[in-house]
Design a protein around this ligand. Structure first.
Ligand code: BJW
Length: 233
């Protein structure tokens, strides 16, 4: 195809792996170190809030020790230089896209550097810890939780994402296993609406067969190459 006019990009933990952030499902990944039911469900939080707050406090603090890699930087370059419509959707709760230079990032699974108040339901930027039950900056109640989307909860901005998937002519999935819905279904949604679909991943994802094309390799190599290709037309 020539240069696309509208692109939707979905990123997952694989794009941040080379920056030193653990993925979820690889050997030694987060779900081998912690039980999903304990740390990534509303029920787990209700059962043991200290465990969950501590888990996310540690991951928030760890962001200070990592930096964006060439894959994040290449997507920021695409945002600056691509003349068509671009929506960058990430499942990641880290801030490496922003630190890599992307100004418009849709965090469908929330963000480590944000707090959600279970009393007033407001979201507030949050850099510190939550284990000591700080007051919500909006309503002052000591009822903050990590602003991340757990299993059984609705991801953010689904309407905007599906609208973009309907309109795009290229959908690109980068570094995600395709194990978690609704993100895992985006490829079929885009394809049903006529988009070309491309997967960039270290290994084939669970939904690999739904993509027109799969390129295997490290994101820090594949993403800059692909961005160069798109911008060259
Ligand atoms: C590299 C690389 C390198 C490595 N270069 N690549 C039965 C059927 C279908 C659905 C369900 C079902 N039962 C329940 C559901 C729904 C459920 C779900 O999907 N469950 C599955 C387990 C089946 N989903 C939900 O509950 C979601 N909500 C929902 O569905 O609401 C209802 C709804 C209905 C209709 C429309 C819309 C909504 C919510 C899901 C929330 C997920 N939350 C988490 C935690 C977030 C907070 C935190 O970070 O702690 O999000 S789980 C975790 O998985 C995290 C991630 O964003 C998400 C995806 O993981 P990701 O990014 O793919 O990472 P990995 O580790 O799996 O893969 C890494 C990839 O990178 C691999 O492929 C490697 O090869 C690659 N890689 N190094 C390139 N260097």
């Amino acid at each position: 195809m020539g240069q696309p006019s509208s692109i939707v990009i979905l990123t997952g933990a694989g794009i941040s792996a080379e920056s030193g952030i653990d993925t979820f499902r690889s050997a030694g990944g987060l779900w081998e170190q912690h039980r999903v039911e304990d740390v990534a469900t509303p029920e787990g939080f209700a059962r043991n809030p200290n465990l969950v707050l501590n888990f996310y406090d540690m991951r928030r603090a760890a962001l200070a020790n990592v930096a964006p890699n060439p894959a994040h930087e290449a997507l920021a370059r695409l945002e600056r230089e691509f003349r068509g419509d671009l929506l960058l959707v990430t499942q990641n709760v880290d801030d490496l896209h922003e630190r890599g230079g992307s100004a418009r990032v849709l965090h469908m699974h929330g963000e480590l550097k944000s707090a959600l108040c279970t009393s007033c339901e407001m979201r507030s930027p949050w850099l510190g810890t939550m284990i000591e039950r700080p007051a919500c900056p909006v309503c002052r109640a000591p009822t903050l939780r990590p602003d991340v989307v757990w299993f059984g909860e609705m991801p953010y901005e689904m309407g905007r994402i599906y609208q973009a998937l309907e309109a795009c002519d290229l959908f690109v999935s980068i570094g995600t296993s395709g194990a978690v819905y609704p993100a895992a279904g985006f490829v079929q949604e885009a394809r049903a609406n006529g988009a070309r679909t491309l997967e960039l991943n270290l290994e084939r994802s669970e939904g690999s067969r739904f993509f027109h094309e799969t390129r295997l390799g490290a994101a820090s190599v594949l993403v800059p190459e692909w961005v160069e290709e798109v911008l060259a037309g």
